[in-house]
Design a binder for this molecule. Structure first.
Ligand SMILES: Cc1ncc(COP(=O)(O)O)c(C=O)c1O
Length: 391
């Protein structure tokens, strides 16, 4: 185990609610794929704030955009027009599918917007249908409604009574989606690859099949691309691997490169919010949107979607050489290692000792979602350190 600043840990316990199990390290600064702790030790960061810091740490373009915007206008509320919000919405729509955007401050809030949108659409277009089919093991956020939409009882059951209107089916099973559909069903909400559950891709054709079923039964397809979106899987959006387009898509994580922001995009069919239907004081504020514009530009200019595809293959191939690996899952730079024994948490902690940050999602699975700027040399060095952690 690492030495960490015990006085900070004591103060944290005293003043911060105990909702997180933290690793024993205090991170103080970072540059690119490297972060440094309070003892001056350096780590290769293969978690990137859980798929958030796509440009790595302290990227010059993001720093410049934030500094410039902070010197001009940080916040106005949505009572007025602001340029960065429109610029970011336009860029997102141009990169994805014909749609309009609602801006929020997190992934959970982006999903709340999607759920409210589906319910309003059900009232207007589907005779009051309101039920949303989601999947076991999905993760959609921690607000009361999104935790109910998610597929992990342990996260929701302690907070009952839960909002009604969600039906859960096994992930990857098209027949189960079909069987769960009734007159009450208004939408199907899916992660294109399960993230929090340990990077689990569905069987080929699952997302395409869900799209076809939504068309057949006049349902909305809501894709939660909060983790998979914006280059993570080697395409701008994971739905592009399936050659389909969702009705509603949610984004967050990568969008601000570390600055909190979420977005809900709706195609013309689903775009039914009117003034007063939804809102947010901070959502889409100039600082966060300026960050978003800078992130999207950097992803484009530095070819990071292609880098994600290429480096993802390199990472996956290198990981198969690790001792005790049963499977390497995922796409692009969204990967997981599944071990043949319950060693994931010990591996995570040994990796920290060796100077590499990884994320155990359960006893056998370790998730890797590094910055999209990662190079082959950095991957090779990280894998060497992981091999030492397994020795
Ligand atoms: C697929 C998915 N949806 C929603 C969320 C929730 O996002 P946030 O933590 O920003 O509310 C996450 C976060 O891990 C996620 O991976």
């Amino acid at each position: 185990m690492m030495d960490t600043d015990q006085s900070l840990v004591d103060l944290e316990h005293r003043y911060v609610m105990g909702t997180f199990k933290r690793l024993p390290v205090t991170l103080v600064e970072g540059r690119g794929v490297t972060v440094r702790d309070s003892q001056g030790r350096e780590y290769l960061d293969l978690v990137a704030g859980i798929a958030v810091n796509v440009l790595g740490h302290a990227h010059p373009a993001l720093r410049r955009a934030l500094t410039e915007q902070a010197g001009r206008l940080i916040h106005t509320s949505n009572l007025y027009y602001t340029e960065p919000q429109v610029a970011l919405a336009r860029k997102l729509v141009e990169l994805s599918f014909p749609s309009r955007v609602f801006f929020a401050n997190s992934g959970a809030e982006a999903n709340e917007a999607a759920i409210k949108l589906a319910r309003k659409w059900g009232r207007l277009r589907r005779d009051g249908a309101y039920e949303i089919i989601t999947t076991h093991d999905a993760f959609h956020g921690r607000t009361l409604t999104t935790v109910t939409a998610g597929g992990k009882d342990a996260y929701s059951a302690p907070f009952a009574p839960l909002p009604p209107g969600f039906v859960h089916v096994p992930y990857g099973d098209l027949d189960a989606l079909r069987a769960a559909t009734t007159e009450r069903t208004v939408a199907i909400m899916l992660e294109p690859i399960l993230g929090e559950a340990g990077v689990v891709p569905p069987p080929d054709g699952y997302v395409r099949g869900a799209r076809a079923w939504c068309d057949e039964r006049d349902l909305l397809l809501i894709l939660d691309e909060i983790q998979t979106g914006l280059g993570r899987t080697g395409r701008w959006f994971a739905y592009q691997h399936d050659g389909i387009v969702p009705d509603v898509m949610t984004l967050a994580k990568a969008l601000g490169g570390g600055v909190p922001i979420g977005a809900c995009l709706a195609g013309p069919r689903a775009d039914v919010f009117e003034p007063g239907d939804h809102g947010s004081t901070f959502g889409g504020n100039p600082l966060a949107c300026a960050a978003g514009v800078a992130v999207l530009r950097a992803i484009e200019e530095e070819g990071l979607v292609g880098n994600s595809a290429e480096m993802g293959e390199h990472l996956a191939a290198s990981l198969t050489g690790l001792d005790g690996v049963r499977q390497v899952r995922g796409r692009g730079l969204m990967r997981s290692i599944v071990f043949d024994a319950p060693v994931a948490r010990e591996f995570q902690s040994r990796c920290l000792d060796e100077g590499v940050i990884v994320n155990a999602t359960d006893d056998v699975t370790v998730r890797l979602v590094p910055p999209l700027v990662i190079s082959a040399a950095e991957i090779d060095e990280a894998v060497q350190r992981m091999k030492r952690a397994r020795a």
